[in-house]
Write a protein that binds this ligand. Structure first.
Ligand code: RFL
Ligand code: PHB
Length: 399
């Protein structure tokens, strides 16, 4: 059986990028359909990022899905850097006038899924063999399998929000793009537990045993990470082994207050820096992880996805409402400028806080000297703080 439909924007992927784009378009009266490979349950239970920049929270509110985030999200005015056992607070609010919001990607995704369902918007979960066609011309279309039927959606535009392993980037003709990539020789072993966080603010710890991060999702749910070799498997790490290693990377104060408990999720995330240029191919636009990946130390992945989506929604709204293609034409360049700034910060912050396997003693001394400078200089502290809270969207636009 063949089924065919028509929409204005076909969105591939129901992660935060695809769902947020769908919601913004819906609020502007633009018709969109989302195709997602996984089940709704799988999408709603994935555990990933936790820190939202102000641009992201503003966008979530603008999309009309911010009520639970504003109620349950935790506003953080700073974080701690624990360097070789000594704590230094990065006063985000004092240094930049801005704060960040701790609210899990899982919760944000659920809020977006619920809004989509309440508005009865079209989403195909478990869409198989999604393929994008004809985006070089005026009438692109998408094919997929769903419910035993071959389906076709004709559209004006395709939004590739299908993450790093998606179908959109894979469809690009060789020679039409450039990829920039660095894979790091370690990953982050993450544990979620229903225990109170060890500290009111996040602690980024760096010491001889490597990096660790103490984060949270609420006053009763914690998220912790330790740097592990990329060859490690989750099965090698019992809960006890994880807590023991985390303790060794913290200070006495944190060791005394750390509450441990059974993990409710445990996984290893590989670390990668990746950018694809450009992000527009005719009528196909890539947004979020489909076009770029950052290592998680700067907490930028989800925030970059949100700003791509903001600019993409504005581009489509300009096209339909004002008959202007300026947003469409500038989408790739405008996104890439911000992406590269965040890529550089995430790479630099990762370099500064992690031990690399081939770091000799001199590199360790260089890193410590750099941290010593940064943490004792107002300019250094501001450099960390203003990048962490996110530079303004129009940063550098004045020349
Ligand atoms: P997502 O979230 O990967 O969503 C893409 C969606 O597309 C679907 N998909 C397809 N659908 C149809 N057909 C296909 N062929 C498809 N192929 C894929 C997928 O099932 C999925 O639902 O990308 P999006 O929306 O751009 O959102 C980006 C964020 O998820 C991402 O930047 C962050 O979560 C990155 N990230 C982290 N960022 C942080 O700031 N802090 C973190 O702690 C953090 N942890 C993580 C992470 C990313 C991870 N990934 C991608 C492996 C931990 C992990 C494990
Ligand atoms: C998280 O809570 O998962 C988290 C927080 C900050 C980061 C990365 C991950 O930099």
């Amino acid at each position: 059986m063949n089924v065919s439909h028509r929409t204005q924007v076909a969105i591939i992927g129901a992660g935060p990028s695809g769902l947020l784009l769908g919601q913004l378009l819906h609020r502007s009266g633009i018709d969109a359909v989302i195709l997602e490979r996984q089940t709704a349950e799988h999408v709603g239970n994935r555990i990933r990022a936790g820190v939202l920049e102000q641009v992201t929270t503003e966008l979530v509110n603008e999309a009309g899905v911010g009520a639970r985030m504003c109620r349950d999200g935790l506003v953080h005015d700073g974080f701690e850097l624990l360097i070789d056992g000594v704590r230094h607070r990065i006063d985000l609010k004092g240094l930049t006038g801005r704060s960040v919001m701790v609210y899990g990607q899982t919760e944000l995704t659920r809020d977006l899924m619920q809004a989509r369902q309440a508005a009865a918007l079209s989403t195909y979960y478990e869409a198989g063999e999604v393929a994008v066609h004809g985006y070089d011309g005026a009438r692109p279309w998408v094919t997929f399998k769903h419910g035993g039927a071959e389906q076709r959606i004709d559209c004006d535009f395709i939004a590739g929000c299908d993450g790093f392993h998606g179908a959109c980037r894979a469809s690009l003709p060789a020679g039409s793009f450039q990829e920039f990539e660095r894979v790091y020789p370690f990953g982050w072993l993450g544990v979620m537990s229903d225990t109170p966080p060890v500290n009111d603010e996040l602690i980024y710890a760096s010491g001889p045993r490597g990096f660790a991060l103490c984060s949270m999702r609420s006053h009763v749910r914690s998220r912790y990470y330790v740097q592990v070799p990329s060859t490690d498997k989750v099965s090698q790490w019992s809960d006890e082994a994880f807590w023991d290693e985390l303790r060794l990377r913290l200070d006495d104060k944190a060791r005394a207050t750390l509450v441990t408990g059974p993990s409710i999720e445990k996984s290893i995330a590989p670390l990668r820096s990746f950018v694809l240029e450009p992000l527009r191919f005719g009528r196909l636009f890539l947004a979020g992880d489909a076009g770029h990946i950052v290592p998680p130390a700067g907490a930028k992945g989800l925030n970059l996805a949100a700003t791509d989506v903001k600019l993409l929604a504005e581009a489509f709204i300009g096209h339909y409402r004002e008959r202007s293609n300026a947003g469409i034409d500038h989408y790739s360049a405008r996104c890439l400028r911000r992406i590269w700034r965040a890529e550089r910060f995430s790479w630099w912050f990762t370099r500064l806080l992690h031990r690399f396997p081939d770091d000799g003693p001199i590199i360790e001394r260089f890193n410590r000297a750099e941290l010593d400078y940064l943490l004792h200089s107002q300019s250094g502290l501001r450099t960390i703080a203003e990048n962490y809270v996110g530079l303004p969207l129009d940063f550098g636009d004045q020349g």
